[in-house]
Design a protein around this ligand. Structure first.
Ligand SMILES: *Cc1c(COP(=O)(O)O)cnc(C)c1O
Length: 229
């Protein structure tokens, strides 16, 4: 299947999941995860109308952005950020979905203010308590939201998660539900500078379940571009 056909298929499945759960298709943003994917594939996805791309490494994104400077795309950082790359990340990305500590939030805040813009960010939550994964622990997220909400160059818009992998995607549903409940709980505190509008959850394997559970952003790689080497 071509990238255009894959995008069409993913969009159809998002529409169907929205239909099943009484949601509007336009409330779900499809981010095409283009890590390891050549620039030409990104152009093909762009030609189908995709405008949002997700990358997990700053260096790789730097190379691609210069190669693809003609595209009016929105770039999402979805991987762990090291503080020594914070400045470059602010130049390359329109969203940072993977804020997992106040330390990294502070670093980004130092560089994000250029031109008076506010950088949209999400807090990454490690719901599975997997030592191998990045993300703030659930118990820390409220305090982190409060602190990030005070940073003047960042605009906290919600939560992101990368749940444990299960062969059966139904087993992921409780994690998605928990992320939504956590967002509602934080929202109810009315913290200043904090919105919990966005829930970034769901990947190729489980994005339909994520949509049913309230995802506003799904991050889909292999279902669009094919398997990565
Ligand atoms: C790679 C990646 C994805 C996309 O995964 P696929 O299974 O290829 O859809 C989504 N989110 C994050 C954080 C990733 O690193």
């Amino acid at each position: 299947m071509s990238i255009a056909e894959n995008v069409e298929m993913v969009r159809g499945r998002i529409r169907a999941a929205c239909g099943r759960s009484g949601r509007r298709t336009e409330d779900v943003l499809l981010v095409a995860v283009s890590k390891t994917v050549p620039a030409e594939f990104i152009r093909q996805a762009y030609a189908t109308g995709i405008r949002d791309f997700g990358e997990n490494r700053v260096q790789e994104a730097a190379a691609k952005r210069s190669e693809l400077s003609e595209l009016a795309a929105t770039w999402h950082l979805i991987g762990h950020l090291q503080s020594n790359k914070a400045k470059l990340a602010c130049q390359l990305f329109d969203w940072v979905e993977s804020i997992d500590s106040l330390r990294i939030g502070d670093r980004i805040n130092q560089f994000a203010g250029a031109g008076g813009r506010k950088l949209p960010v999400l807090l990454e939550v490690n719901l599975g308590e997997e030592a191998s994964k990045f993300g703030a622990e659930e118990a820390e997220v409220m305090r982190l939201a409060e602190a990030i909400g005070r940073l003047e160059a960042l605009e906290l818009r919600g939560l992101m998660t990368l749940p444990p992998f299960f062969e059966d995607p139904e087993k992921v549903r409780p994690y998605f539900r928990r992320l939504r409940q956590l967002a509602r709980h934080i929202e109810a505190q009315n913290l200043s500078g904090v919105s919990m509008r966005e829930l970034s959850m769901g990947m190729s394997h489980d994005f339909e379940i994520a949509v049913e559970e309230g995802a506003t952003i799904v991050r889909v790689g292999t279902a669009i571009f094919g398997s990565r080497q």
